[in-house]
Design a protein around this ligand. Structure first.
Ligand code: FES
Length: 67
């Protein structure tokens, strides 16, 4: 199945829903190392904290604010 939605940090295998339990991007990163490998998920995780959504289109137009 082809799923083009982004809903996790692939490198540490944590879903955005799992990361949302932390207070902030920085706290989530400290606890799980999310965003420290390929770094591709960083704008999505920041958008997740800002929007309270857990999955995003790869080209969500809101990402530009977090790159
Ligand atoms: S997908 Fe999150 S660091 Fe690679």
């Amino acid at each position: 199945m082809c799923d083009s939605k982004v809903n996790r940090c692939e490198c540490v295998n944590k879903t955005f829903e799992q990361l949302k339990v932390y207070e902030s991007f920085e706290a989530a990163q400290l606890a799980t190392q999310c965003g420290t490998e390929c770094e591709g998920c960083i704008p999505y995780i920041k958008l997740m904290f800002a929007s309270n959504e857990y999955e995003f289109d790869i080209e969500d137009p809101r990402l530009s604010a977090y790159e």
